[in-house]
Design a protein around this ligand. Structure first.
Ligand code: ATP
Length: 306
């Protein structure tokens, strides 16, 4: 029993610490999957974001020396534009977002925001400039309002409701018996994956970061929910520098540039139409995805008809 108690007790402490801290949601992600040795350099200045241009310059990275994950990746996300990273599973897509948050550091090359090397600035300032809509949103055992307000603790009720409206979750919240005061999470109402993602989008709208990372869900949502989420994502990314980590390709069609990563190297780049016409890696990924989606839709129809 003691063996079980200690980890549970530890988790409780971690949970309480997370909950008490009025830190940012990204801070919570930083507790998992990061290199603990990354420290601010003495006297590091705060990141000064004016336009929000993100640049990867010849980035090389390996979690363990014998297995390179990124091998000389260079790209720029111009201020206010959207770049999508696509590629087969394990290509290194999510690693790019972890490096941008500086959860890990490249072994070679640099990552810059508005010309400032992110390795040389305070981590807190870096993370407060970046908003993240993750694949799986963590909700606190608290009210919906608390979960939304987390994006910006000083937000007014009006601002919270406006963010929920833009994220297309307000009508759902208002339909609940206790509205914004409804408890959610483990001990309250369970939200679906799509609803949780919209809560995350509303939080990010409240936070209003100049740079945005969207980690597209791996799991398929039904096409109605997917469309609603897509609309909400389009709103939140409007006018912000956006990096889409696309595991499914549904969000990439309108990206200003698509970067195709394979085994840690950029193998193709361009707009959706041009990449389809080029008939290379992207076109193959796209066609395979379509076949899978069509097969799923056929299966769904068959089960509904039964
Ligand atoms: P997917 O589309 O399946 O999510 P991805 O392109 O996002 O894949 P990454 O998550 O960037 O892939 O992972 C790239 C490679 O790095 C994978 O082979 C993965 O196993 C490995 N990897 C990821 N995290 C770690 C880690 N913390 N330690 C060691 N290897 C890791």
């Amino acid at each position: 029993l003691i063996q079980l108690y200690i980890p549970l007790n530890f988790m409780g402490t971690v949970y309480r610490e997370i909950k008490q801290a009025t830190l940012d949601i990204e801070q919570m992600f930083s507790l998992i999957g990061r290199d603990p040795e990354i420290q601010d350099r003495p006297g590091a200045p705060a990141l000064d974001v004016h336009a929000g241009t993100v640049t990867f310059e010849d980035v090389h990275f390996a979690y363990v020396p014998e297995r390179p994950i990124l091998r000389g990746v260079s790209f720029e996300v111009p201020a206010g534009k959207t770049i999508a990273i696509v590629g087969p599973s394990g290509a290194g897509k999510s690693t790019i977002s972890r490096l941008l948050f500086r959860f890990y550091e490249p072994q070679r090359g640099r990552i810059l925001i508005d010309g400032q090397d992110i390795a040389a600035v305070q981590q807190v300032s870096l993370r407060s400039a970046i908003g993240m809509v993750p694949q799986d949103t963590v909700l606190f055992n608290d009210t919906i309002e608390y979960n939304l307000r987390y994006g910006r603790p000083e937000a007014t009720q009006g601002e919270i409701e406006e963010a929920a409206r833009l994220a297309q979750i307000d009508r759902f919240i208002k339909s609940l018996p206790e509205g914004y005061q409804t408890s959610v999470g483990e001990r309250g109402l369970k939200l679906s994956g799509g609803e949780k993602q919209r809560v995350a989008i509303a939080r990010t709208i409240l936070k209003g970061p100049p740079v945005l990372v969207l980690d597209e869900a791996t799991s398929a949502l039904d096409s109605f929910t997917e469309k609603e989420i897509q609309d909400a994502l389009d709103r939140v990314s409007e006018g912000r520098t956006t990096l889409v980590i696309a595991h499914r390709l549904s969000t990439v069609v309108n990206a200003d540039e698509i970067i195709v990563l394979d085994k840690g190297v950029i193998v193709e780049r361009g707009h959706h139409r041009d990449l389809l016409a080029a008939d290379g890696v992207y076109a193959a990924l796209w066609n395979r995805q379509r076949q899978v989606d069509e097969a799923k839709a056929t299966l769904q129809r068959a089960t509904q008809e039964e």
